[in-house]
Design a binder for this molecule. Sequence first.
Ligand SMILES: C[S@@+](CC[C@H](N)C(=O)[O-])C[C@H]1O[C@@H](n2cnc3c(N)ncnc32)[C@H](O)[C@@H]1O
Length: 286
Amino acid sequence: MNNSGSAMKHHKKPIISPLRYPGGKAALYPRLRAIVRANDLTSGTYVEPYAGGAGAALGLLVTGQVRRIVINDLDPAIYAFWKAITTESLEIAQMIKSVDLTVLEWSHQKDIYLNGPREDYLSLGFATFFLNRTNRSGVLNGGPIGGMDQSGKYKIDARFNRETLVERLRLIALHASRISVLNTDGMTVIKRYSKRDNTLIYADPPYFEKAGSLYLNSFTDSHHSALASCLNKVSDAKWLLTYDNVPRVAELYSDRRREVFSLNYSAHRVTKANEIMVFSDSLTVV
Ligand SMILES: C[S@@+](CC[C@H](N)C(=O)[O-])C[C@H]1O[C@@H](n2cnc3c(N)ncnc32)[C@H](O)[C@@H]1O
């Protein structure tokens, strides 16, 4: 597929996700694309059990590297967002075009995000999106860019380019019939999809350190161990996993191949972070 426009400007790392995600993995796109090809999975399904901004998944789908993607997130707000934009993209586009970018509107959207009915995924999904685009670093529980008094250098609309965002939405809507959106525990998704052929699972669970304030972090050490035993049991499936590079990862995945790598971050004003990738035995790693 050869789309033009700003969403596809960076050939190596297409920016398609409408969400800003602290620690987002869109930058892994070239590596994942190489792995998909080396494992002959271009007609297959790519699964993110801890999807968040799903930047890598969308990149792979829209550029035709995989046939289907599965996006799962346990956070009801993140789920509502993905559900809304894959099923009600025209409404969301209209809302993006017309919403006021003011602190008053921010308070209204924050109220929907915190207190609105969880099953109204259009309102909740849009509120999630609105806060993600207007909050500092995209952190959902944070404050608006520029502060409540808008005295900061950058204002609330600094990351809300309506045109670019609608364009990303349109691109996703075009491929929506090949996107499955789920709202369950990541391990349930891993168990289900590890039994299927022609499937690649990329797990990016909440990190051991620093994850706390950035997004829903239901993970304690026992969750990390449970995830390790779940993944280690299905090492004949094709999966990879990324984490912060803490010694516990090498312990939990001592029998698997591992590789340290770096990503650029903005949320903590750290430019490089040491991360680790773990691979299932049956995956061809390139
Ligand atoms: C590290 S982030 C993923 C970042 C993502 N790879 C990206 O590029 O944007 C982890 C995500 O897992 C979700 N999450 C936390 N606990 C979960 C669980 N038990 N099952 C599924 N998702 C979970 C969080 O809501 C968060 O969106």
